[in-house]
Design a protein around this ligand. Structure first.
Ligand SMILES: C[S@@+](CC[C@H](N)C(=O)[O-])C[C@H]1O[C@@H](n2cnc3c(N)ncnc32)[C@H](O)[C@@H]1O
Length: 317
């Protein structure tokens, strides 16, 4: 049984989700979250950079640029997932194909992507084909809870910047644990709240980000996510605090919005302002550590030999 959250721990979005049936909440996420990602992919291309990665980059130094940081993150994800030829990986929330294209082009695995947005699927497929990896890629426009995968059929599952949009986390972890083969790997990269309540989670600014800008977000304490994973037999191998990297990533996105404001405005009047506002408010939360960014790697059961190398404490990703 989960203890009641301390006062001030939940957001309005989360409390509203708790009043809906699971089916209604799923439909709410499908409509509200997809609305953000159905915006013109060319806008996201100028804001997020060449890889169209809408998630944390890993900076080697404060002077590193966004493209290098995203390339480094994608290589890190690939190493952690340790895919062998013919293995199957599920990319839940594949966006415009950042992780999916990396895995399809730099390994010989087959990649199954899921997204709520048809425009994201189309762009991701185009990119995979351009890389010559289209024949090993499939992308469905579907909510993860609708997935009906055979048990023990997948070698790795990745959630890069996507699990935050899912309210029914325990159900999602149960699905992951069922679908993974023994020795299968899972990687989650996303935003969390510290358990200690810092900052006003009921502010208008929070509601703006979690509801107006992004449709639906649920940040939980890291320990809660890890507990749910533990409960379904996923053994946590590695947790990296990448909060500072996320602050730097968002700084780069905001710089890109400023630089390309006219281009964005011409395609979607008002969207540059919406993006910039939500990103700047979000950035402040991560800089003050009222929100945190983590990368989590886990394995189902016994890790096979040399899965992503031995995790060495203190070694940066
Ligand atoms: C912030 S983007 C991350 C995209 C990509 N993984 C990356 O790192 O560049 C979040 C993605 O999650 C997807 N998503 C959110 N909720 C989902 C759900 N319940 N089922 C499937 N996809 C979902 C969105 O459609 C979007 O593609």
């Amino acid at each position: 049984m989960t203890a009641a959250p301390p006062p001030g721990a939940t957001t309005r979005a989360e409390r509203a989700a708790m009043t809906r049936t699971p089916a209604d909440q799923r439909e709410h996420e499908r409509a509200q979250v997809a609305a953000h990602y159905q915006n013109d992919p060319d806008i996201f291309r100028v804001v997020l950079g060449r890889q169209l990665a809408y998630s944390v980059g890993l900076f080697a130094s404060p002077h590193d640029d966004l493209e290098a940081a995203q390339d480094r993150k994608l290589a890190y994800v690939r190493r952690q997932l340790d895919l062998r030829p013919g293995e199957r990986v599920l990319d839940v929330g594949c966006g415009w194909g950042s992780v999916l294209c990396e895995l399809a082009s730099a390994t010989e695995a087959t990649v199954h992507g899921l997204t709520l947005s048809s425009r994201q699927r189309d762009r991701a497929l185009e990119r995979a084909h351009a890389l010559g990896a289209g024949d090993r890629v499939r992308i469905d426009v579907a909510h993860v809870e609708e997935l009906d995968l055979p048990g023990e059929s997948v070698d790795a599952i990745v959630f890069s910047g996507s699990i935050v949009h899912m309210h029914a986390r325990e159900a999602v972890h149960a699905l992951v644990a069922r679908a993974l083969k023994p020795g299968g790997r899972v990687l989650i990269s996303d935003c969390y709240f510290p358990r200690q309540v810092r900052g006003d989670r009921d502010s208008r600014a929070t509601a703006h980000i979690f509801e107006t800008a992004l449709g639906y977000c649920r940040l939980v304490p890291l320990a809660e996510e890890l507990g749910w994973m533990d409960a379904v037999g996923l053994d946590v191998r590695r947790v990296e605090d990448v909060t500072e990297h996320y602050v730097r990533t968002v700084d780069c996105w905001v710089d890109n919005i400023r630089r390309h404001r006219a281009f964005i405005e011409a395609r979607a009047p008002g969207f540059a302002r919406l993006l910039q506002t939500y990103m700047m408010v979000g950035r402040m939360s991560f800089a003050r550590r009222t929100a945190l960014e983590y990368m989590i790697t886990a394995v189902k059961g016994r890790p096979r030999e040399a899965t992503a190398g031995w995790p060495v404490p203190g070694v940066a990703p």
